[in-house]
Design a protein around this ligand. Structure first.
Ligand SMILES: NC(=O)c1ccc[n+]([C@@H]2O[C@H](COP(=O)([O-])OP(=O)(O)OC[C@H]3O[C@@H](n4cnc5c(N)ncnc54)[C@H](OP(=O)(O)O)[C@@H]3O)[C@@H](O)[C@H]2O)c1
Length: 350
């Protein structure tokens, strides 16, 4: 894989991806805003490294010059995706990231024509969020092309990294989101629950603003989409609290305080914890016109391991020129079965 640049390479997930890339015999360029961290990792892995922050477009363009594909692992992506996408289009560099943030997907989608004109691919969401769910959505749509409603539910065990925690905290004050009649609609956080049979048992799941509220619509054009998560009670209560405390939680000083606490108290899951983790994703497509329903289940390994495998597989295809240009979703570009190429992933139709 020639000329892949990994931005945010010394973060928890970026480093996992960089190390796995080396294990697979690739030589990505490592990048990030902290010179010491990025050059140290580059020296350890014997890779080229570049240090730049995202405050100046000229600088970003200069560092992307000659790069085929950038894989952005620096989140929250609300802060990093826009400047990198803008520079990627200008320098004719393909752009991938591992976001799950709905506004980031929506803004990236608005760059479709500019990306097509430049001949580049813009594909956010090449990690656990949203590769498995996007592929499951496409599969359900293939099974029931007249579907008007799509519901997805995720049940996962395993740990969570500092960056994921910070990104989730940023979203707490934003409430929930659903797709209704083709439109994104804000709803109170944590307000809807339902019971889902994951094959090994039933769980109560809570509506959650997962990236598919944006991406599954681009992939399938199914106009009504809900995503649910099996959440521990404190997380459900925190989502509900976000409805009333939203402005307070979103305030800069409060976010800084919460992020400092995360830095002190949260570390990403260990390799052993990841090896023990498992995820089940349930999906349901329903056609209002014919009253037909289709259900499928997808089982995956730990979300971070899926993120590493999916991001590297998509980066390899993109560098090889196999990704369509313009704004793309993973299943839109590579089909519903792409996720089955990842070790440990299996699918079952009910
Ligand atoms: N799609 C998925 O399924 C999936 C999977 C894993 C992670 N993620 C997301 O990926 C992001 C990173 O997660 P992580 O676990 O790797 O977090 P992490 O360990 O906290 O690493 C975050 C990285 O991003 C960099 N960064 C943050 N803000 C930046 C900015 N404004 N400009 C430049 N660099 C910036 C950090 O650099 P500094 O240390 O210098 O701040 C660090 O290198 C999170 O948003 C997380 O939610 C998504």
């Amino acid at each position: 894989m020639d000329s892949l640049l990994i931005y945010g390479a010394y973060g928890y997930t970026g480093e996992l991806i960089a190390r796995e890339a080396v294990d697979r015999g690739h030589e990505p360029i490592l990048a990030g805003r902290d010179a010491t961290s990025v050059h140290q990792l580059g020296a350890e892995l014997d890779l080229r490294s570049r240090s730049f922050d995202l405050s100046d477009q000229d600088t970003i363009r200069e560092y992307l010059d000659g790069v085929d594909t950038i894989l952005n692992c620096a989140g929250p992506f609300e802060e990093t995706a826009d400047p990198l996408i803008e520079a990627a289009i200008e320098t004719q560099t393909h752009y991938l990231d591992i976001t799950g943030e709905i506004p980031v997907f929506e803004r990236a989608a608005r760059q479709h024509e500019a990306a097509e004109t430049a001949g580049v691919t813009i594909m956010p969401g090449v990690g656990f969020d949203v590769v498995p769910t996007d592929c499951l959505s496409a599969h359900l749509h293939d099974r029931l092309p007249s579907a008007t409603h799509l519901s997805l539910a995720i049940s996962a065990t395993g740990g969570i990294s500092p960056g994921t925690t910070k990104t989730a905290l940023r979203g707490l004050g934003d409430g929930g989101a659903i797709r209704e009649d083709g439109q994104l609609r804000a709803v109170p956080g944590g307000d809807r629950t339902r019971t889902v049979d994951f094959g090994w048992g039933s769980q109560t799941v809570t509506a959650f603003p997962w990236g598919d509220i944006s991406t599954a619509y681009h992939t399938t054009k199914i106009p009504n989409i809900h995503v649910y998560m099996a959440l521990p009670k404190p997380a459900r209560l925190a989502m509900r609290a976000g409805n009333t405390l939203g402005p307070l939680l979103s305030a800069g000083p409060v976010q800084s305080l919460l992020e400092a606490v995360v830095d002190r108290t949260v570390s990403g899951p260990t390799a052993e914890e990841r090896a023990a983790a498992a995820v089940t994703i349930w999906g349901e497509a329903w056609s209002e016109e014919t009253n037909e329903t289709a259900h499928s289940l997808l089982s995956t390994p730990d979300p971070y391991d899926v993120t590493v495998a999916a991001a590297l597989a998509i980066a390899a295809r993109t560098v090889a020129g196999e990704a369509p240009t313009g704004y793309q979703t993973p299943a839109g570009a590579f089909g519903a079965d792409f996720v089955l190429e990842i070790d440990g992933v299996s699918r079952r139709d009910l």
